[in-house]
Design a protein around this ligand. Structure first.
Ligand SMILES: [Zn+2]
Length: 89
């Protein structure tokens, strides 16, 4: 079996956290878009819905502490979304 570990949020491209491990969701809640793995991102269709909804509502961060940290580092939504693997766009 190939490595099914995913450390990039399928919805918003946030990285450095474990979202999927061995093909299983970790139920980790993304600090950026607030999705819990397997809830909004189980299929390309549902994650596009979630992402569209999230972006239309101003791409609000779920975790404001993490938001501050990332924004101090020059966070950019489009740059982050460029991390999203092609199969989840
Ligand atoms: Zn996310």
């Amino acid at each position: 079996m190939e490595d099914d570990t995913e450390t990039i949020c399928r919805i918003c491209g946030y990285d450095d956290e474990l979202f999927w491990e061995g093909g299983w969701p970790t139920a980790f809640i993304c600090p950026c878009c607030g999705n819990e793995s397997d809830v909004g991102d189980a299929s390309v269709m549902s994650l596009r819905n979630y992402r569209g909804y999230w972006v239309r509502h101003g791409a609000q961060w779920h975790d404001s502490l993490e938001e501050c940290k990332r924004k101090l580092q020059g966070w950019d939504l489009l740059k982050q979304m460029a991390n999203i693997p092609p199969e989840w766009r």
